[in-house]
Design a protein around this ligand. Structure first.
Ligand SMILES: Nc1nc2c(c(=O)[nH]1)N[C@H]1C(S)=C(S)[C@@H](COP(=O)(O)O)O[C@H]1N2
Ligand SMILES: [Mo]
Length: 215
């Protein structure tokens, strides 16, 4: 994987070398898709902040851009017409450095299957699922806000922040509740929580921001 842009040590990082430096732990997170389904996922992974520290973030970096391997055959989602590949995503630097933000290496104690984003994928549990970009091959620290795939397709429907918010509906459906998948034959409808239930941990990142405008 390449880490470049505004870092002290840009270059190509070997996955084995990365893992030797990182502490991999299990994190059980809710994953809330923008299309109003959710599931509870036991990820294995390490904090993105530790990976960024390995590369050394420069003082003028403000955002983190992510790029996926181009592998449409292994990712059904990538057949979506009208998408400019590769899939790209981005976070503000403070979001990327938040301790809840991880790079996942595994799922249910096993290495990540390709369709879930092997070998490394981002997981940001308080944001809609599409922010959690799979199979990351490049991380770039930038000064300006990077483009993101869904925002580029439809900015009115998919904002840059994409924080889970039951009070800000998608233009075509309500975000007030979700279908919880797993653990039974029928999915239950449950209320959607502000920041996907991680409000205590992350609300401070958005203090003073109009979350309807910056959705
Ligand atoms: N590279 C890449 N990452 C992606 C996507 C994709 O199509 N390509 N889909 C996103 C969407 S819409 C969701 S809901 C989650 C789903 O993750 P999962 O397939 O591991 O459950 O991955 C996100 N990350
Ligand atoms: Mo999604």
């Amino acid at each position: 994987m390449t880490i470049d842009g505004l870092v002290e040590r840009p270059g190509s990082y070997d996955l084995t070398d990365i893992l030797a430096e990182m502490t991999v732990e299990e994190r059980i997170y809710r994953l809330r898709c923008v299309e109003a389904w959710s599931m509870v996922v036991p990820w294995n992974g390490f904090e993105l902040a530790d990976l960024l520290a390995m590369a050394g973030v420069k003082d003028d970096a403000r955002y983190v851009a992510f790029e996926t391997a181009l592998r449409p055959d292994e990712m059904p989602g990538t057949k979506y017409p009208g998408i400019d590949w590769p899939y790209v995503e981005g976070l503000r630097l403070d979001e990327a450095l938040h301790p809840l933000t991880i790079m996942a290496t595994g799922l249910y104690g096993k290495p990540l299957p390709n369709q879930n984003g092997a070998p490394l994928r981002l997981v940001v549990p308080w944001k809609y699922g599409y922010k959690s970009i799979k199979s990351v091959v490049r991380i770039t620290l930038t000064k300006d806000r990077p483009p993101t795939t869904w925002n580029r397709i439809s900015p009115r429907e998919y904002g840059f922040f994409s924080n889970v918010n039951p009070e800000v509906d998608h233009p075509r459906w309500s975000q007030a509740s979700e279908r919880r998948i797993g653990g039974g034959l029928f999915s239950r409808k449950v209320p959607t929580l502000m920041f996907n239930g991680y409000e205590d941990e992350v609300a401070a990142l958005y203090e003073g921001m109009d979350l309807a405008k910056h959705h």
